[in-house]
Design a binder for this molecule. Structure first.
Ligand SMILES: [Zn+2]
Ligand SMILES: [Zn+2]
Length: 429
């Protein structure tokens, strides 16, 4: 039997382990002209194994926190070049239709085992390609299947690849990176990728994690303050793009509404302001609250059950409310300490409202939040802002009756928000 390589159905893309390089006949049978090596191995120039092939080397290990994502635009371009490759037959050889012309050239993508890294690179190409217009693909060869009309998802691409390579399985970190790439719309160029908000946020998170691994407080420039617009260099002036979502708290235009739309359960939550009990300064609103869960091994008979009435805030027995880093915490975070106090940003007040620890805080319910920015519940009031869900609602003065912990105030405008979407009809509940 002819030696063969595993093939992704519908494409002249082949995948395997390092051992594939030692099977010249299999490479030849597949018309391989281009090789992508995804492994931390030193290829000497003109190494015999890759001699005669166009070669692209991605020197990464198969560990979850390797950044393979940054390579996608380059590997995609190389793979595309490989698939489009036609050998220069010279001026006198027009009659010689060789095998390559019939089948098209092939690209061999390999790592050590042909399981995680190489699969990731191949999948990234499939994701990207499925988002390009078919005309640009130059797929005139006859045995190509019809290209998908709709953009492939990561799961669909993996299902396809596994038809040809059942063991294909990107590690968890690489799966996350593929999902991120999909979420970004599969940028073609490196610049589009590295400028993308999703990528930059991810890089910031990585840098923060890197600092924490060495027990260093993260650099201020890498901390994401959720209440600030991420695109600091955007052309529109920051003021234009900011909306005051609560007194003293600015957010990029649409943040609250967008989050509420994406997460319908937030619609009810987006009403709550967390105010300093002493001076009533707003510390946060619910989009900036980090939800947390108690450890799963808790005694189910304990009285610490979540509210059955669907109260969306963390259950009241939690002594802390955890927040994302917010701009009012800058001063203390700039000190570069691993942990410290959070004080009310109202200078005249300065009440101690909680604490932070980059290594995480443990709530009274037993749940850990890392990093932890914890507000002590007894130091604040949680106030339901009775507002209509319209973009201009903050122009109408939010009614902030001192409801204290009482989240049950219901008027015509809020009660509509309390129903899940689709259950708006009156008297249905
Ligand atoms: Zn205060
Ligand atoms: Zn808790």
């Amino acid at each position: 039997m002819e030696p063969t390589l595993d093939k992704c159905p519908g494409y002249n893309l082949y995948i395997g382990g390092f051992i594939g390089l030692r099977r010249p006949q299999a490479l030849k049978n597949a018309n391989i002209t281009h090789i992508v090596s995804v492994l931390d191995w030193e290829f000497k120039d003109d190494a015999p194994l890759i001699r005669g092939y166009k070669h692209f080397h991605i020197p990464v290990d198969d560990v979850e926190d390797e950044n393979l994502l940054e390579w996608f635009p380059r590997s995609n371009a190389f793979i595309q070049q490989g698939l489009d490759y036609r050998p220069d037959r010279g001026p006198n050889s027009s009659s010689g239709v060789n095998n390559l012309d019939e089948k098209g050239s092939g690209v061999y993508i390999h790592c050590a085992m042909g399981k995680s890294r190489s699969a990731t690179i191949l999948l990234a190409y499939l994701l990207w390609l499925s988002r390009q217009t078919p005309l640009a693909q130059g797929s005139e060869t006859s045995d190509m299947v019809a290209l998908p009309r709709k953009p492939l998802s990561v799961v669909e691409a993996l299902q396809l690849l596994r038809q040809g390579r059942p063991i294909a399985e990107p590690n968890e970190g690489f799966m996350d990176q593929l999902h991120m790439y999909e979420d970004m719309g599969c940028p073609t160029t490196e610049k589009e990728l590295t400028n993308h908000k999703i990528y930059r946020r991810w890089m910031n998170r990585r840098k923060v994690e890197e600092s924490l691994r060495t027990m260093q407080a993260p650099e201020m420039e890498n901390i994401i303050f959720e209440d600030e617009p991420f695109e600091k260099e955007a052309n529109t002036s920051s003021k234009e793009r900011m909306t005051e979502i609560a007194p003293g708290i600015l957010a990029p235009d649409g943040t609250t509404e967008d989050k509420a739309r994406q997460h319908p359960h937030l619609q009810a939550m987006s009403q709550v302001s967390i105010k300093c009990r002493k001076c009533r300064h707003v510390l946060a609103t619910t989009p900036f609250v980090v939800e947390h869960e108690p450890p799963p091994h808790r005694d189910p008979n304990s009285h610490e059950q979540p509210h059955k009435d669907g109260t969306p805030l963390p259950p009241p027995q939690c002594a802390h409310i955890f927040l994302h880093p917010l701009s009012w915490m800058k001063e203390v975070l700039a000190e570069g300490k691993m942990e410290g106090r959070l004080t009310c940003p109202n200078k005249k007040c300065g009440a101690n409202v909680g604490k932070f620890a980059w290594t995480g805080l443990r709530c009274s319910c037993g749940g850990w939040v890392t990093p932890g920015f914890g507000i002590i519940r007894t130091k604040v009031d949680e106030i339901v802002n009775q507002r209509r869900p319209s973009p201009s609602s903050f122009a109408n003065k939010p009614s902030t009756q001192s409801a204290g912990q009482d989240t049950s105030c219901s008027t015509g405008s809020t009660s509509a928000l309390r129903h899940p979407p689709g259950l708006k009809s009156k008297g249905n509940l």
